[in-house]
Design a protein around this ligand. Structure first.
Ligand code: CTP
Ligand code: MG
Length: 205
């Protein structure tokens, strides 16, 4: 294979595997629209500025059920990577050995929604109401949260001996991290626009 073709293929696979590995975070970030609702995390309380601490858009059900559902939905993907040519042949990685992969997938999801909730706190402080847009923080809050929590989870898994070495560093290479940070905002805007068109979201962002 000519060298340039090899390089282009590498870049393409780095991109695809990076987005693949973030699927638990992406799914978790989309799921609260369906599984969220009920008691808000801030319990309805307001901050010193008279605005809500987080707002009615951040609920306990969304924060906890969405990551659990995302980790469960990762199971068929994990299975594909472990048992079919999707993994060994094409090179799409699994999220680690059992049971570590489930913990990592859950942490990616929980981190995504924690990042989202932290962003809402600052969003309220800047006077933006629930659902208002705040580019690029709406697009990146959950990415940063997911990666930080994945790093914490992987470090813990390593410490208790459930993995050999830190899963985060073997899966989230610098190249993949770069792809994730650069491409997620565009993907996020696209998915939300589709969500709006099919009626799942009230606003197109
Ligand atoms: N949601 C939830 N619990 C969460 C996060 C989200 O129930 N922890 C639900 C809410 O119904 C929310 C919807 O998912 O309205 C979409 O989430 P998001 O776009 O992050 O919230 P916004 O309504 O835009 O609120 P904010 O301005 O605080 O981001
Ligand atoms: Mg948000």
């Amino acid at each position: 294979m000519p060298q340039r073709v090899g390089l282009a293929l590498d870049l393409w696979m780095t991109t695809l595997t990076a987005l693949w590995l973030m699927l638990p975070a992406y799914m978790s970030n989309m799921l609260p629209v369906f599984v969220g609702g009920g008691r808000p995390i801030d319990g309805g309380r307001v901050w010193k500025d008279g605005k809500r601490v987080l707002g009615d858009g951040k609920t306990w059900r969304g924060l906890l059920l969405a990551p659990l559902a995302a980790a469960a939905l990762t199971f068929p993907l994990q299975w594909l990577a472990e048992n079919t040519a999707w993994g060994a042949g094409l090179g799409f990685p699994a999220w680690g050995p059992f049971p570590a992969w489930f913990v990592l997938a859950f942490m990616l999801g929980l981190g995504a929604l924690t990042g989202d909730a932290v962003e809402s706190f600052f969003k309220r402080r800047t006077g933006r109401d629930r659902g208002d847009r705040w580019f690029p923080f709406d697009q990146l809050d959950f990415v940063v949260g997911a990666l930080v929590f994945a790093l914490l989870g992987a470090t813990l898994l390593d410490l208790v001996g459930l993995t050999e070495g830190n899963l985060f560093f073997s899966l989230f290479t610098w190249g993949r991290l770069l792809v994730i940070v650069l491409l997620t905002p565009a993907l996020h805007l696209l998915v939300n626009f589709i969500g709006y068109k099919i009626g799942a979201k009230d606003v197109p962002w």
